[in-house]
Design a protein around this ligand. Sequence first.
Ligand code: AMO
Length: 429
Amino acid sequence: MKRVYVCDIKDVSESTVLVKGWVHKIHELSTVSFVHLRDKTGIVQLVMDKENSKKLRLEMCIEAIGEKIVNEKAPGGLELDTKEITIIGDVFYEKLPFEINGFKQKVALEKQLDYRGLSLRRPKARAVFRIQEEITDAFKSFLRSQRFSEIHTPKLISSSTEGGSEMFTVDYFGRRAFLAQSPQFYKQMMVGAGFERVFEIAPAYRAELHGTWRHLSEYISLDVEVGFIKDETDIMDLEEDFLNYLYSALRKNCERELAMYNIELPETIKIPRIPLAEAHNILLEKYNKKSPIGNIDAAGEVLISQYVKETYNCDFVFLTEYPVAKRPMYAMPDSTNPSLTRSFDLIFKGLEITTGGQRIHNYEMLKANITKFGLDPEDFNFYLETFKYGMPPHGGFAIGLERLTLKILDLENIREATLLPRDLKRLEP
Ligand code: AMO
């Protein structure tokens, strides 16, 4: 007999079906019992003799054969009158560390993370990753439809890309190496290598010394790099188009998961673009909030998002024209005001989810800029090399996957949007 997934039971023509899954709930009455079986697609009620349910314990793996019966009160409006039941995965606990079958998760996040193999059994906890899967699918399909190529670049590298302070070092056969903070240099090189438009979905590593709700030591970076652009506005347009594409994909394919978190996504997103200096003025005049020079802090991100929500009814805002001093050496200066760069951040509901911009593509200029930043161009020869042979004007962006997921679902902590988080304290499970 072929297994039927719970979500398909009502659609299959057979009146007797085989289901497999975990024991989610046991409810014993005087003679019969209602046992909820949970698989990856949903929950179905099994009706059985109390004799049979006595053998069961929560979270055991079972398979059951049963006849479909309509019952409005059962989950999904249907239950199975159980003919046969077999335990196929036993349990070895005295007491479950926490409840899986309650709707509200009252357990501290750290404990849920300690028992990740168990806490993810809660359909609501797992729904986060269905959303995440949809994000990466949409990212791929949107970009592929625009002639982008997917690339895979090394994560063991010899030099810093985003500034040296946050790198993990690795002993590479007696030589010092680092875990990549971003595929920045390689994605640019691949634009020059003739791919023109590339993307990568891969881990990025930051030796973050802050254990905050928004920082991970390992996160998934959704990277894009595009050749033959006019300037950074092409890049912002591209990201805005992607977000609109993503929202319609989520509305279409993740209705159930969005409903679990009470999320309604807007039909269209039109993102305001505000120069950083103007954002500083808004913060000062409207909220009496001073900002750090050339940047915006976490509290400022929240306030500027609040302003944009009230003024433009939008959850996103591009902050543009970041100063040279606050951007890496590859950022393209603005020719009309060389103290500023053609770069931007994207803030989503008070959190930075993207950095992007146009890059320097002129070999001499890039080499000089590396020196200006107090770095040695010799150390970047592998990167600079490509720029000698005709590099198109180009730019790109990177989105932190977990941060995007966190904000779409209004979660509280980035770890909820991370399957197996790595942070200041956590290297297990
Ligand atoms: P940046 O360093 O701003 O830019 O990183 C891009 C995005 O990655 C995410 N991110 C993080 N997410 C979780 N934990 C962290 N510790 C963390 N650090 C960064 C954020 C952030 O906006 N090379 C440039 C991108 C580019 O210009 O193309 C870069 O890496 O969402």
